[in-house]
Design a protein. Structure first.
Ligand code: 5RP
Length: 298
């Protein structure tokens, strides 16, 4: 039982040591509150400063996408190897075991389909439901230059303001309209707008020319989407170039779940993102893991 002696005898005050006041490890996040920084530390590995987010939210506008027709079969084997799960609340509740303790970045927009104008989204999750689902962050697209640019930016502003009330960060995804030129000028514009409206981190695409300038001009971390399925070696090279030029990781979907060996691919992506594994070695790692798995290994 505690008694007065415990107080009188206390002498480990470290008088000669100044109070620790370490800067937070993530770009642009130093002034955030504890809860916000704590959630971001679950999303980004504090040692590498990076993340491998597994994106499988595609169905919210394009239905049963190749590779994730059955989320309940496709996703659980990948969960141990992902840092973060990015999905809709419907997918989460229906297909992801609640025993999965990986942080969830919750897709909080909807309202369109591949049959209509993609930029015409709305906020589609109430913050209370995001909290109920223990979301580590919430996310929606800004469609800069598209027909519903204004509405999509307003959606993300709303998520940011609501999330700020509860210490939940917002990831702004730069959604690219079909007729937009995917260059450094466009992504520099879109990612900077996302950061300036208060997004805590931003998803962009990797581009061969000027990606380092896009990263430098964005005051918060950028993660890259994988985009259309590429041969595994090329996807690993893209991930390597992106982190080498300052990206804080990937938010990758099709290049993982459409791979010939998704479990091998996500581990190879992780080696690139967290250990700076070179693309050739990471590709060899993918091939070795794939052979082991094909031969019946775990
Ligand atoms: C859709 C998204 C997707 O999650 C994103 O595009 C990631 O998937 P992929 O790597 O397949 O491009 O935000 O709008």
């Amino acid at each position: 039982m505690a008694d007065l002696d415990d107080i009188k005898d206390g002498k480990e005050f470290g008088i000669d040591q100044p109070a620790r006041n370490q800067p937070f490890f993530l770009k642009g996040a130093n002034a955030l509150d504890w809860g916000m920084q704590n959630r971001l530390s679950r999303i980004f590995n504090p040692v590498s400063g990076r993340t491998v987010m597994l994106a499988f939210d595609h169905g919210y506008f394009q239905g049963p996408t190749t590779g994730i027709e059955r989320l309940d079969l496709a996703i659980p084997p990948l969960i141990p190897h992902a840092d973060v799960l990015m999905c809709t609340r419907g997918a989460l509740r229906a297909c992801i075991p609640a025993t999965a303790t990986k942080p969830v970045v919750l897709r909080a927009s909807a309202g369109q389909s591949i049959l209509t104008e993609l930029s015409n989204e709305l906020v589609a999750v109430d913050i209370e439901d995001a909290i109920r689902l223990n979301a580590a962050a919430i996310t929606a697209q800004i469609y800069v230059g598209a027909e519903y640019e204004h509405k999509s930016i307003a959606n993300v502003v709303k998520l940011i303001d609501t999330g700020n009330r509860y210490g939940i960060p917002t990831l702004a995804v730069t959604g690219v309209g079909a007729d937009m030129v995917r260059d450094a000028r466009y992504f520099g514009l879109a990612t900077r707008i996302a950061a300036e409206i208060g997004a805590h981190y931003v998803k962009s695409y990797y581009i061969d020319e000027g990606f380092d300038r896009v990263v430098a001009g964005c005051p918060v971390p950028i993660v890259i989407a994988g985009g259309k399925k590429l041969p595994e070696g090329e996807a690993l090279e893209m991930a390597f170039k992106a982190v080498d030029q300052g990206a804080a990781g990937v938010d990758m979907g099709r290049n993982i779940f459409q791979s010939d060996s998704p479990v091998a691919m996500i581990q190879a992506v992780g080696a690139v993102v967290h250990r700076n594994e070179r693309p050739e070695q990471a590709h060899q790692m993918y091939l070795d893991l794939k052979s082991e798995l094909d031969a019946g290994g775990d």
